[in-house]
Ligand binder design. Structure first.
Ligand code: F6P
Length: 340
């Protein structure tokens, strides 16, 4: 049996643990495994290299992906999908392990329907994939954001400032909500719930009334102001995504204009994705990578590994990508208890 493995989309802490686990499990099963470079681009261009125990030694603690990644969408170009399918044959692959978020797995699902034996592993710091309780990378991103929020507390308090912290997460508020809860933020703003300036100002004023002259506001990059997302760039990527960013700065200005209180913004950006994974994500990635090879062994193609409770299960890739997993209103309402 010969397997290929690729990582697509934005990089994410925990990718190397997944790759290491898939390689070590393949060795256990007596399979050959090759790495496909730079996501789907590498399959289209047949850019591959052999993987063995040595190539994955010492990588569990390393951030990024030893395979490289890209946001290439082969389904944008019929020629590219044909090349990818031809290369799959030419490389004499029996199965393909695809590690990615909604975009990469969406493509994996299309290739599966076009006849390729594909399995998926859910990756994204945004935690917005359905069908799995959590994706690897999320825990690391939340911890990085939480540590930043902890640090911002002391500077905000010393200067009696309002500090707006913009975090990633695209159209889902998971990173904002979890880092905000864990970091004791005074207000958390997420894409799922439109921002109301009245509420923002009330929170700040309520705190001043009880002698708290600073506030920490965590805002998700996809949070909507006056019904619209704030964009860094309108240009769409190959999967039709715009580049979000700027809500933190916009909100800080509105707050300063309305309250006359000194306000600053911290944009965490790609720091949330860089560097090594937490122990939780390394273990989850390891379990996902091991299970992905088991799915190949059992011929469970078109499936994705998923975490349900404490178990690693398999679900149809289709079910994971058909709807984004966003924050439920009840969950957000629970967090409101701690605002102000
Ligand atoms: O999907 C992961 C993510 O980090 C999002 O949270 C963010 O909106 C996007 O990727 C940023 O993409 P890029 O790395 O292409 O700037």
């Amino acid at each position: 049996m010969k397997l290929g493995i690729l990582t697509g989309g934005g990089d994410c802490p925990g990718l190397n643990p997944v790759i290491r686990a898939a390689v070590r499990t393949s060795i256990r099963e007596g399979y050959k495994i090759i790495g496909i470079r730079n996501g789907w681009k590498g399959l289209v261009e047949a850019e591959t290299f052999d993987l063995d125990a040595t190539s994955v030694s010492g990588i569990i603690h390393r951030g990024g992906t030893i395979l490289g990644t890209s946001r290439t969408n082969p389904y944008k170009d019929p020629g590219a999908t044909e090349k990818a399918k031809a290369n799959f044959k030419k490389l004499e692959l029996d199965a393909l392990i695809t590690v990615g978020g909604e975009d990469t797995l969406g493509v994996a699902n299309k290739f599966y329907k076009d006849g390729l034996p594909v399995v998926g592993v859910p990756k994204t710091i945004d935690n917005d994939l359905s069908g799995t309780d959590v994706t690897f990378g999320f825990d690391t991103a939340v911890n990085i954001a939480m540590e930043a929020i902890d640090r911002l507390h002391s500077t905000a308090e010393s200067h009696r400032r309002i500090m707006v912290v913009e975090v990633m997460g695209r159209h889902a508020g998971w990173i904002a909500l979890h880092s905000g809860i864990a970091g004791g933020a005074d207000l958390i703003l997420i894409p799922e719930v439109p921002i109301k300036m009245k509420e923002v100002v009330e929170v700040i004023q309520k705190r001043i009334e009880r002698g708290k002259f600073f506030s920490i506001i965590v805002v998700a990059e996809g949070a909507k102001f006056d019904g619209s997302e704030v964009l860094l760039e309108k240009k769409l990527d190959e999967f039709g995504h715009v580049r979000l960013g700027g809500i933190g700065e916009l909100l800080a200005k509105k707050i300063e204009d309305t309250t006359k209180l000194e306000t600053r913004t911290a944009v965490l950006g790609h720091i949330q994705r860089g560097g090594s994974a937490t122990a939780y994500d390394r273990v989850l990635g390891t379990r996902f990578g091991e299970k992905a090879v088991q799915l190949v062994k059992k011929g469970e193609f078109g499936k994705m590994v998923a975490l349900r409770g404490t178990e690693i299960v398999s679900i149809a890739i289709e079910d994971a990508v058909k709807k984004l997993k966003t924050v439920e209103p009840d969950y957000y309402d629970m967090a409101r208890t701690f605002f102000g």
